[in-house]
Design a binder for this molecule. Structure first.
Ligand code: FMN
Length: 221
């Protein structure tokens, strides 16, 4: 699969088999990940590869709990349901949607590693922004390359509901910043498109592209 098709067919995959991913494939993916552009060549990033139990299972469990918290907070409760019932729904839903995360053979966890400390407020702010952006670019390389290799990924922030526990689990020092993580494994199947509710909310590309100056979108042309 070439890069254009990999971009077109990349999807957030939330359903996996327990088929292993070869160590050589993981290394290949990480080396492609680390070819991403990096502000000031700072390489203000680091990645933890989690494959072994009990850490792998503990991480999946933490992500599922965070997922349940997210669904409880982000999705409105059905009319007439108590807070407790809504929380129970969110837990069931997380299990239903993300349950196969327990089987995923690999997790790739991204971190920001600030390398410069500039004695200038504006530069410092730009630097931190560059660092965060660079980790995101690296992840996109990973997502697209994984798709081309027939592997699934899903950008995930659910672990941040339990950040202290997550840091302790991976032994992350205080000066290293937590970022996205992703499962990496073989999908039960690649989603072909977005779920209908999300597909309906995708803005037409023409409405997001402005010609020459802000406000002159292609949608208006
Ligand atoms: C910054 C960011 C954070 C995300 N966090 C999560 C997450 O915590 N859990 C999850 O299942 N998906 C997460 N996603 C995936 C989005 O829901 C998904 O990319 C979006 O719905 C579009 O679907 P697609 O990636 O299949 O095109 C995240 C995506 C981004 C860019």
């Amino acid at each position: 699969m070439d890069a254009l098709d990999a971009i077109r067919h990349r999807r957030a995959v939330r359903s996996y088999t327990d088929a292993p991913v070869a160590d050589e494939d993981i290394d290949r993916l990480l080396r492609l990940t680390l070819l991403a552009p990096t502000g000031h060549m700072a390489q203000a990033w680091g990645f933890v590869v989690v494959r072994e139990d009990p850490r792998r299972s503990a991480l999946a469990d933490l992500v599922l709990r965070g997922g349940a918290d997210y669904f409880r907070e982000a999705r409105p409760a059905k009319e007439g349901t108590s807070a407790q019932e809504h929380a129970a729904w969110a837990q069931d839903y997380a299990e239903q949607v993300l349950g196969t995360y327990r089987e995923v053979p690999v997790w790739i966890c991204g971190f920001g590693v600030p390398r410069f400390s500039m004695d200038n407020e504006v530069l410092e702010r730009i630097e931190r922004f560059s660092d965060v952006t660079s980790v995101s670019f690296a992840f996109e390389n990973l997502f697209v390359a994984a798709r081309a290799m027939g592997l699934g990924t899903a950008p995930t922030i659910f672990h941040l509901f339990y950040e202290d526990e997550y840091r302790e689990l991976l032994n992350v020092p205080d000066d290293v910043e937590t970022h996205y993580i992703t499962p990496l494994g073989h999908p039960t199947q690649f989603p072909e498109g977005l779920p209908p509710a999300l597909a309906a909310s995708r803005r037409p590309w023409r409405s997001l592209v402005h010609d020459e100056s802000w406000g002159n979108t292609r949608a208006e042309a």
